[in-house]
Design a protein around this ligand. Structure first.
Ligand code: BGC
Length: 425
């Protein structure tokens, strides 16, 4: 009996040593491959490596801005029963689609034990949770309603950034006449075109109507949406002719090379310009899209732990790291965004980021539909495609555009889906 116990003990010890020496793997999917964003994620992965040197990190970056390609890859992996440890997902509806199908692990206990409910703004907590449980941890806060401009060309042409969308529209022919592309666009994936519409809608309709539109409470027949369609069609006349072959960052590159003057893009563009060696408020400016001052259109990158995630502890360690002050500072300083935590010092952030950190405290908060937060994913996909139809049929009448957008909302039952979802607005 005694020798059996010794045998058992030795066996257990060997087993335990075996487990200890088996290196854990942390597998992560993201779509941060462009200038700025690639360096930002590399920096945090390096912090993770420093903290957990024995963990093997398998990073799987899938190119395609806004996650257009990565999201399809993740769905295939999850359906095949081989999810990674974690993956990049926009907080809000993009995350809800997984949570509502019970594909993510609730992490409410972690949120509570780590005290995160005290350091992340209420609105961000809402979009990181579904049906009363937390499912994701925010890495950043991006602002969708930003316009970026080449300062040297602005000075040369004697321009200042208008404060209304109408004045912005009026300025476009003047820039074109001077021989520049007024608005750089890279819509090899159509989310960038949809951003033009989304941010213009925010400017024309204001935050309440903007929300109502994406909740299906008003339709495209509303005068504000009709006006947006008209501005959108005008804006598209002032973009670079090769827009369909460029990505969002290549479009930003047109500002750097001096071919284009402005671009409407989230503040990942800030990270791109910094990585390209441009100095904020010297070489380029970045402010709220004309007519949207005082509104912060949120884009929040977050990380969940899928059900069945391998080496799940490595995932919890990742979540704890990315929620920490040092990681939120290091990542966002490079990324162009601002921390999701409210207690990160402004030191080390560029002046555009510092202005946004101030704005976040007082602005009206809305959330981007294009970037997965504000509206159901199926609707957004169809709506973006409808906008592409409008883009490539400039002769479509206003009424035909309205009908097309309304049909999209109806066929996807936008109003019903939003009303019946277990989400907290
Ligand atoms: C993400 C950003 C990213 C951008 C371009 C957005 O959807 O939220 O983090 O930089 O896409 O890829």
């Amino acid at each position: 009996m005694k020798s059996f116990k010794v045998f058992l003990l030795v066996g257990l010890l060997i087993g335990a040593m075996g487990i200890m020496s088996m290196a854990a793997t942390f597998s992560i999917y993201d779509w941060w491959t462009a200038g700025g964003e690639a360096q930002a994620i590399a920096t945090v992965l390096n912090m993770y490596h420093q903290a957990y040197p024995d963990v093997t990190i398998v990073q799987n970056p899938v190119a395609g801005g806004a996650g257009v390609n990565m999201q399809a890859v993740i769905k295939s992996l999850i359906f095949a029963g081989v999810p990674p440890t974690t993956f990049q997902v926009h907080a809000g509806w993009e995350m809800y689609q997984y949570a509502s199908a019970n594909l993510l692990q609730p992490i409410t206990n972690l949120w509570q034990s780590e005290g995160w409910t005290n350091v992340f703004p209420q609105r961000i907590q809402q979009i990181c949770s579904y049906n009363g449980q937390f499912y994701a941890v925010p890495m950043d806060v991006h602002r969708a309603n930003m316009i970026w401009y080449n300062k040297a060309i602005f000075d040369k042409l004697g321009l200042t950034m208008p404060t209304t969308i109408q004045d912005f529209i009026n300025m476009l022919p003047k820039i074109k006449a001077a021989g520049y592309t007024p608005i750089a666009l890279g819509d090899s994936a159509n989310w960038t075109t949809a951003m033009l519409f989304e941010e213009t809608l925010l400017a024309v309709a204001g935050p309440d109507k903007y929300n109502q539109y994406f909740e299906g409470k008003i339709t495209a027949s509303d005068p504000a949406v009709q006006q947006t369609i008209q501005y959108f069609k005008t804006e598209l006349q002032y973009v670079n002719p090769n827009h369909a072959s460029l990505t969002w960052d290549q479009a930003c590159g047109l500002l750097v090379s001096g071919q284009a003057v402005m671009t409407i893009m989230g503040d990942w563009a800030n990270g791109y310009f910094m990585a390209a060696g441009w100095k904020p408020n010297v070489d380029y400016g970045g402010v709220a899209v004309p007519g949207t001052e005082g509104i912060y259109n949120l884009v929040v990158d977050s990380f969940p732990i899928p059900v069945g995630a391998p080496d799940v502890q490595t995932g919890y360690d990742w979540l704890k790291l990315i929620a920490s002050v040092p990681a939120q500072a290091a990542f966002n300083q490079i990324k162009g965004s601002i921390p999701a935590r409210i207690d990160v010092p402004t030191t080390g952030f560029n002046p555009i980021q510092v202005a946004n950190m101030e704005a976040l405290k007082k602005d009206v908060l809305t959330a981007s539909a294009v970037h997965g937060s504000e509206a159901p994913v199926a609707f957004v996909t169809d709506w973006e495609n409808a906008l592409t139809v409008i883009q490539y049929h400039p002769d479509m009448s206003l009424q035909a555009c309205v009908n097309l957008l309304n049909m999209t909302a109806q066929q996807d039952n936008l109003a019903g889906t939003v009303a019946s979802a277990n989400v907290n607005y």
